[in-house]
Design a protein around this ligand. Structure first.
Ligand code: ASP
Ligand code: MG
Length: 424
């Protein structure tokens, strides 16, 4: 008998009909002879609606109370799902994050799971029940308060449950068919991947691919959990996210050089113009930026002009953190000794990811050739061992993605079928 953890996102349980459909799917898994543990998100846009309500009653949010409020969304869906399953004649029990033993740190709104003690879940499984757990939430032992894991956090709940219960697989049900070579709404010829390594998935998620919560992928990678991302609307197989080091003996996977192409329009670029090219400047700049709470992504420093000894430093960060970083830098202008600041929020980041890049040659050549042929101007470049990213003007990044997707032979024969999905 296998133990299967299944996660259903908000779009899969948006209304009563959907909940009944999901209940049936869970019962089918049970009927096939498996133990089933389910992590469920709040129905549809519940979390957003609760956030709107909170904003309507108070201009400033108290983090503890906000977590109390938001965790209610998942309590509703978990109880409805258990009711639906019970009415189909199967035993089901729902548990809040804290009842399920999701122990987190004390950071409201972005808590990290530090331990999972699923004692009650084990008991329920031993009693033959289907277990339903509220996603996205946990409990801190010191403060004894309810916490939430950050937007999209139910994926992480599912993976943590799978790790703690040593499940055979963690199925992430969503409203898209799996992980694609690129976002089908941008690249119509994107193809569904049968498999992707967790390392590649992590790079893609970090580069703007939204299908999986990045923390969930990190958690899965650390704990050796195999993920199966699949649609809750079709019975088709989705995408397996796996660790190649854990492949069964003798099994190999044919790799193409590039696995995926990601586009990210959520970042902005700050350029610090005319800083002295002396030791300590970058340390000063990025300490200031870090103190503003901003999360820096790409960094480029120009060669200094010999005549002036001055250089420019550019970096990207989430648009939402741009103003805070700018103000912090402005306050330190004298200490850092820069001439001026420039802010550009009309940028797009394009990334290509592939584990086989490590050993393949000519990948950058092909990438930049494709961008050149498409007439794309590049503003910044960074690489990791298995990724190349460039920043372009926001208006050209989608064209750039299509050009690169085609150049690396990733285009499918037909256009991908896009449901109204958001991948959540
Ligand atoms: N309901 C939460 C959110 O909308 C958690 C989740 O969906 O995973 O962010
Ligand atoms: Mg949600």
């Amino acid at each position: 008998m296998s133990l299967i953890v299944q996660k259903f996102g908000g779009s899969s349980v948006a209304d009563a009909e959907s909940i009944k459909r999901v209940a049936k799917r869970i019962v089918d898994t049970r009927k096939a002879g498996n133990d089933v543990v389910v992590a469920v998100s709040a129905m549809g846009d519940t979390t957003d609606d609760l956030l709107d309500l909170a904003a309507a009653v108070a201009p400033i949010q108290a983090p503890r109370e906000l977590d109390m409020l938001l965790s209610a969304g998942e309590r509703i869906s978990m109880a409805l799902l258990a009711l639906a399953i019970k009415s189909m004649g199967y035993e089901a029990r729902s548990y809040t994050g804290s009842q399920a033993g999701m122990i987190t740190d004390a950071v409201h709104g972005a808590a990290r799971i530090v331990d999972v003690t699923p004692v009650r879940l084990r008991e329920a499984l031993d009693d033959g029940a289907i277990v339903i757990v509220a996603g996205f939430q946990g409990f801190n032992r010191d403060t004894r308060d309810i916490t939430t894991l950050g937007r999209g956090g139910s994926d992480t709940t599912a993976v943590a449950l799978a790790a703690a219960l040593q499940a055979d697989v963690c199925e992430i049900y969503t409203d898209v068919d799996g992980v694609f070579t690129s976002d089908p709404r941008v690249v119509a010829k994107a193809r569904k991947l049968d498999r992707i390594t967790s390392e590649e998935m992590l790079e893609l998620a970090g580069s703007g691919a939204k299908v999986l919560h990045i923390r969930a992928v990190e958690y899965a990678r650390r704990h050796g959990v195999t993920l199966h991302v699949r649609s809750s609307f079709t019975p088709d197989e989705g995408t397996i996210v796996y660790d190649p080091a854990r492949l069964p003996e003798g099994e190999t996977v044919e790799e193409s050089v590039i696995t995926g192409v990601a586009v990210d329009l959520s970042e902005a670029k700050i350029t610090i113009v005319g800083v002295p090219d002396v030791p300590g400047v970058a340390a000063n700049v990025f300490t200031t930026v870090a103190k503003s709470g901003a999360n820096v992504d790409m960094i480029v420093q120009n060669v200094s002009a010999a005549a002036t000894g001055l250089t420019d430093i550019s970096f990207t960060l989430p648009k939402s953190e741009g103003q805070a970083a700018l103000s912090a830098l402005q306050r330190e202008q004298e200490a850092i000794r820069f001439q001026s600041l420039q802010y550009d929020d009309q940028i797009g980041k394009l990334s290509v990811v592939g584990a086989a890049m490590r050993s393949a040659t000519g990948v950058s050549a092909k990438f930049f050739e494709a961008l050149f042929a498409a007439g794309i101007n590049i503003e910044m470049i960074t690489t990791s061992e298995i990724r190349i990213s460039v920043v372009t003007h926001a208006d050209s990044v989608n064209d750039a993605a299509r050009a690169v997707h085609a150049a690396f032979g990733l285009d499918g024969d037909t256009d991908a079928v896009v449901h109204a999905g958001t991948g959540r």
